[in-house]
Design a protein around this ligand. Structure first.
Ligand code: ATP
Length: 497
């Protein structure tokens, strides 16, 4: 083995903001290396230096022992590096095969050699047990399959280093297994993988070693076999006393009062006759596989999807919710799964995003008080530990996990009857998840009903009083959270009793 990539004494600043300091980082051929750290620690920025998106302010990069300065993403790619970012970079209107060979089309002299490209695609598909029609228009594929296309692209470009930034966030369990198989195959081909993830189980499963960053610095590199979940959290946070809370120790559900929400026989083309109640202060988890249509159910409650049948009662009164605006005026809040499209305006400042759903609170007469908005936003930053330099920064400058926390912060202190969390901890680091859980607890404590969707079943158990199991748009089971295990929920999801 030899070092394929070495980064020595790397610094990176954006204007006066210093993001990477004194980073030394190297990887070997055939190694699967995890890159870990809290939200905003600098993981993506470091990878963007290797990917040619950012150039370092200071420091040297050696590839196969030779110094190199990546001028742009194309240069990095040509040098044998592929980065699969959280935001996929495929062209949606092109076919699968066109995307895979984009920018490096095979030619016969001047003509594009489609036949040769198809042959090559077929070879990669055969080798990696992959089966997607090359002529499919990319936008028609699921996010998971689009992610697979990015990986196929990296493989067919014969990259030596493949960087995966939180690659499993949209994958089902089966798809995750396929990804892990691909990773071990790539390793056997002596390829180097750098794997960014907040899901430590995956790190233990696929990585040989882990580099841990904190506040723009490299804490160290460790063999995965020498690490535990707790040790990683302590290194990431610098808090030796950090403990992982495994079980919740409160219940604020007011079962002796009438339910705050009654959903009766809700129906759309995707949702089948769904009925359930939520009590004041109760936290109800929705568990199900990716694609089980949990989001489609709550979309009816929030007025995103129009119901074709059934009724919704809030505080025993029938309500008609035809839009998110009407949902909000009926005191329902939603932290959506798709933060980029539904939760945030990326080109706007953090404080205008934070204030957006409660704007009336910040008015002096008819005018919105910027100072009040800023004050509120700063409160959210404080209570959720959001890593920002100023709330006047644009949201797009924040790391992925910190953007997610801004989405949560919008609803803090809002007068609500019901709040829905849809995959709120996606991309959130293990220590910061507790901050999100605390917001759930705070809402429940004041009598607000909470619906909590997560694909992480441990998390659903950690947070819920009651769990509804969703399969193919129907609620198929109800479990009281009374000593139940992940396996119990899995059995229910798969109908194994
Ligand atoms: N273009 C930019 N301008 C200003 N600051 C930036 C810019 N890009 C990143 N940053 C800052 O750099 C820091 C590191 O961000 P980065 O995205 O690398 O973190 P990360 O470790 O990948 O986090 P996450 O786990 O949340 O994805 C953050 O505080 C972020 O706000």
């Amino acid at each position: 083995m030899g070092k394929i990539l070495e980064m020595i004494d790397i610094y990176k600043s954006f204007g006066s903001v210093s993001v990477l300091n004194r980073i030394d980082f190297s990887v070997e051929k055939g190694e699967v290396r995890a890159l870990l750290g809290a939200n905003g620690a600098g993981k993506s920025t470091l990878m963007k230096v290797i990917g040619g998106v950012h150039s370092q302010t200071k420091g040297r990069v050696l590839l196969n022992g030779k110094e190199i300065n990546f001028k742009n993403p194309h240069h990095s790619k040509e040098s044998g590096i592929s980065v699969i970012y959280q935001e996929l970079s495929l062209v949606p209107t092109l076919t699968v095969v066109e995307n895979i060979f984009l920018g490096r089309e095979f030619t016969n002299g001047i003509f594009v050699n489609k036949k040769a490209m198809l042959k090559e695609y077929e070879n990669v598909c055969n080798e990696f047990d992959f089966n997607i029609n090359p002529y499919t228009i990319t936008s028609k594929l699921s996010i998971a399959n689009q992610q697979m296309i990015e990986i196929m692209k990296a493989i067919s470009a014969n990259s030596d280093i493949i960087i995966m930034d939180e690659p499993t966030t949209s994958l089902t369990n089966n798809e995750k297994e396929s990804l892990f198989k691909i990773i071990s195959k790539l390793k056997s081909m002596n390829k180097t993988i750098i794997y960014i993830s907040h899901i430590l189980e995956e790190v233990f499963r696929v990585c040989d070693s882990a580099s841990i960053m904190k506040n723009g610095e490299m804490i160290g590199t460790y063999k995965v076999s020498d690490l535990t979940k707790l040790k990683i959290t302590q290194l990431m946070t610098g808090n030796e006393n950090h403990e992982i809370i495994e079980a919740k120790d409160y219940c604020y559900a007011r079962y002796d009062e009438d339910p705050i929400l009654q959903a009766k026989n809700l129906r759309t083309s995707k949702v089948k006759d769904v009925s359930f109640d939520i009590y004041k202060g109760e936290i109800v988890g929705l568990a199900g596989l990716v694609g089980s249509r949990r989001t489609e159910i709550i979309n009816i409650l929030f007025g995103i999807d129009k119901k074709e049948g059934g009724e919704i009662l809030l505080n025993n009164k029938k309500v008609n919710i035809a839009s998110p605006k009407e949902a909000i005026s009926n005191k329902i809040g939603l932290i959506p799964e798709d933060r980029k499209n539904l939760g945030l305006i990326l080109d706007h400042a953090i404080y205008t995003n934070s204030a957006a759903v409660q704007i009336d609170r910040f008015k002096n007469g008819i005018f919105v008080s910027k100072n009040k908005e800023i004050e509120f936003s700063e409160g959210g930053v404080e209570s959720l530990g959001i890593k920002v330099n100023s709330v006047k920064q644009d949201v797009k400058e924040l790391s992925g996990g910190n953007q997610q926390k801004v989405v949560v912060s919008k609803w803090l202190e809002k007068d609500l009857d019901l709040i829905i969390y849809d995959e709120p901890t996606k991309g959130i680091d293990i220590a910061a998840k507790e901050d999100i859980f605390k917001t759930v607890e705070k809402f429940a404590k004041t009598g607000i009903g909470v619906i909590f969707i997560s694909s992480d079943l441990e998390e659903v158990i950690r947070i819920s009083d009651r769990i509804l199991v969703v399969r193919e748009g129907a609620i198929v089971d109800e479990l009281k959270n009374d000593g139940i295990t992940v396996q119990d929920i899995m059995n229910s999801i798969f109908n194994v009793h």
